[in-house]
Write a protein that binds this ligand. Structure first.
Ligand SMILES: [Zn+2]
Length: 334
């Protein structure tokens, strides 16, 4: 009798250690980054493709390019015989992994036009971008950064997930139709040091910072655009900024991707099935952006299969998981 009680006791103790306990939470940003950052461009200047894009590729940085439909492939004349060329659809398509956002059809102030025109600017631009690129267009860069509630409602019902304005603020639990951004005016506004400080604050707040670029050219003085700040930086400054951004522990991704992560985090369901030898996890979601899970188990050692960073782990670890795909955590004894 004494022996069987002892056995039962040992069995119960073993069960406590062997039966899986799994604590799972979705991290604030992908890959458990300290903060998120988006690089955005407006007005589809050809130099964005010819100069900015190769630099971004070198640093493995992807961004969101806001296209004005009626400007694609055109050349405009600035004062003093300076010409600005816009990207062609062929060049836009070559931006590969980057996001193509709508910057409207005709760059009109959306707050000042009638409803019929508003629907046209919002829906027709999206339709044409999707037809030309074969990819979904879910992001709007507001012309002149101006918006209101009516515009945001039309965006939502038209299938846009997010939209960018100006405001110069770090986004923290943001309204996805009023994502704030910081404009780059020239090589020193803001300076590299100011950007560095901004990233420090953003990391501390675990926020999302969005940068807005226009022109990139060796001669910023050619881009007067009626203001004393040309909205233009030199390739050297752009390179230095990409170097700075990519050296930090940031999640750098297009606007639509980060907005999808936030939306998915809010709406998904995590299904967990446990047995004595394995734990199966599935993130059920209508979005397809991988999420990062922080997982804590009571097993000494585990082996993971089906995630984007499979391997052997112990204690607490992070997994990047594609939604609607099963991840299995196997118990390992040694
Ligand atoms: Zn613009």
């Amino acid at each position: 009798m004494g022996e069987s009680l002892k056995c039962l006791f040992i069995f119960l103790i073993l069960l406590v250690f062997v039966y899986p306990y799994a604590d799972i939470e979705i991290t604030e940003w992908y890959n458990n980054a300290d903060a998120a950052l988006s690089i955005t461009f407006d007005d589809c200047d050809e130099n964005q493709y010819l100069i900015a894009y190769p630099i971004m590729e070198r640093y493995n940085v992807r961004g969101s390019f806001g296209v004005v439909i009626s400007w694609v492939g055109k050349t405009i004349e600035q004062p003093e015989n300076i010409f600005i060329k816009r990207m062609t659809w062929d060049e836009i398509r070559k931006l590969d992994d980057n996001e193509i956002s709508s910057h409207s059809c005709n760059h009109k102030l959306l707050t000042e036009i009638n409803e019929e025109d508003l629907f046209f600017e919002i829906q027709e631009s999206k339709r044409i971008i999707e037809e030309e690129t074969g990819k979904k267009c879910i992001t709007m860069h507001y012309p002149y950064s101006k918006t209101n509630e009516d515009i945001e409602e039309i965006l939502e019902e038209s299938g846009y997930l997010c939209a960018r304005t100006l405001e110069s603020k770090i986004n923290k639990g943001p309204d996805l139709y009023e994502i704030s951004s910081y404009a780059i005016f020239d090589d020193t506004h803001p300076s590299l040091k100011e950007l560095e400080d901004l990233l420090k604050v953003c990391k501390k707040e675990r926020g999302w910072v969005v940068i807005m670029y226009h022109h990139i050219d060796e001669n910023p003085e050619n881009y007067t655009t009626g203001s004393y700040l040309p909205l233009c930086i030199t390739p050297e400054s752009f390179d230095a900024q990409m170097k700075l951004f990519s050296s930090e522990k940031l999640w750098i991704a297009p606007l639509g991707e980060i907005a999808s992560y936030l939306k998915e985090k809010e709406t998904c369901t995590i299904k967990v099935e446990k047995s004595l030898t394995k734990i199966k996890i599935v993130i059920e979601s209508e979005y397809d952006i991988p999420l990062t899970l922080k997982i804590r188990v009571n097993w000494w050692k585990v082996k993971v299969e089906g995630s984007l960073n499979d391997g052997e782990y112990s204690g607490s670890f992070y997994l990047n998981v594609v939604p609607n795909k099963e991840v299995v955590i196997y118990r390992k004894l040694f």
